[in-house]
Design a protein around this ligand. Structure first.
Ligand code: HXC
Length: 263
């Protein structure tokens, strides 16, 4: 339910678009376990809602998220972390709980787990001055929510090693240049407008095709090329069984706007 969250805000700011705003300002949106649980609950609700086709995830102008909650982590023992599978719940987002596209809109700090959360999104937009980084090495630890894997795929090994081993930050400008971010914007307002507009554009298409498109692009991160191309072809063939493929192609031939059935 919309009103029952402590650490996030949930809204539907545009037709077909859901928004989650991380809202723990006193700790710069540090990602404590209850916050991640609320995020998972909100994303599952958007996944289930026929009124939402795409989701925007954002923080505040000052911080997307300054990392996992250091104060929560500090006293953990190995056996507590291991037996509770600490951080595993963060993976819900990437393991099929949300099949609808997720656009991250990153302003300010996106450090450690905050950077990793942004890297889990399907599309990452940021401000030019956003402050990304994997500073875990300074705390005597390493990235634990996929940063060493997703950042390396995004920027290449040498750059990822430099960032992870020194803990230095990189800007939204650099993120755009390196392909971590799809685009960087001059202001928080421009960022939010673009993120919502992109989500609204996606929400205007067939939900069947959109889910398939997200699925096949994400497969490229896991599969060797030949298997990925074959996987894509199978899903592409499958879409000939959808109504929306017929609707979309007929509308093109008749020079009309497609009215999607989402079937
Ligand atoms: C808990 C945090 C926090 C965090 C900030 N705060 N980051 N609390 N966990 N990750 C709290 C501060 O303690 C402070 O609380 C309040 O937020 C405001 O922060 P300040 O430091 O006073 O603000 P500022 O001087 O503007 O500095 C901003 C900052 C700095 C550069 C982002 O807060 C910072 O370095 N934060 C830690 C960044 C980091 O190391 N992240 C990686 C975490 S490890 P009080 O109560 O004092 O007002 C990680 C592991 C991932 O993410 C692996 C598994 C997911």
């Amino acid at each position: 339910a919309r009103g029952s969250y402590e650490y996030i805000q949930v809204s539907e700011p545009r037709p077909g678009v859901g928004q989650v705003t991380l809202n723990r300002p006193k700790a710069l949106n540090a990602l404590c376990t209850p916050l991640i649980n609320e995020l998972n609950t909100a994303l599952r609700a958007f996944q289930a809602s026929p009124a939402v086709s795409a989701v925007v995830l954002t923080g505040s102008e000052r911080a997307f998220a300054a990392g996992a909650d250091i104060k929560e982590m500090a006293p953990l023992t190995f056996s507590e972390a291991y037996t509770s599978s600490f951080i595993e719940s963060w993976s819900e987002l990437t393991t099929g709980a949300l099949k609808k596209p997720l656009v991250a809109a990153v302003s300010g700090h996106a450090l450690g787990g905050g950077c990793e959360l942004a890297l889990m999104a399907d599309i990452l937009y940021c401000t030019a001055t956003a402050n990304f980084g994997q500073p875990e090495i300074r705390l005597g630890t390493i990235p634990g929510a996929g940063g060493s894997q997703r950042l390396t795929r995004a920027v290449g090994k040498s750059r990822a090693m430099e960032l992870v081993l020194t803990g230095r930050s990189f800007s939204g400008d650099e993120a755009e240049r390196w392909g971590v971010a799809a685009r960087a914007f001059p202001s928080h307002e421009a960022l939010m407008e673009a993120a919502l507009a992109t989500a609204e554009t996606i929400a205007g298409y067939s939900r069947v095709a959109v889910q398939a498109a997200k699925e096949v692009v994400n497969k490229s991160q896991d599969l060797p090329l030949r298997d990925g191309v074959e996987y894509e072809r199978r899903v592409f063939h499958g879409l000939f069984g959808s109504q929306d493929q017929k609707i979309g192609m007929k509308a093109f031939a008749e020079k009309k706007k497609a009215e999607w059935s989402h079937q």
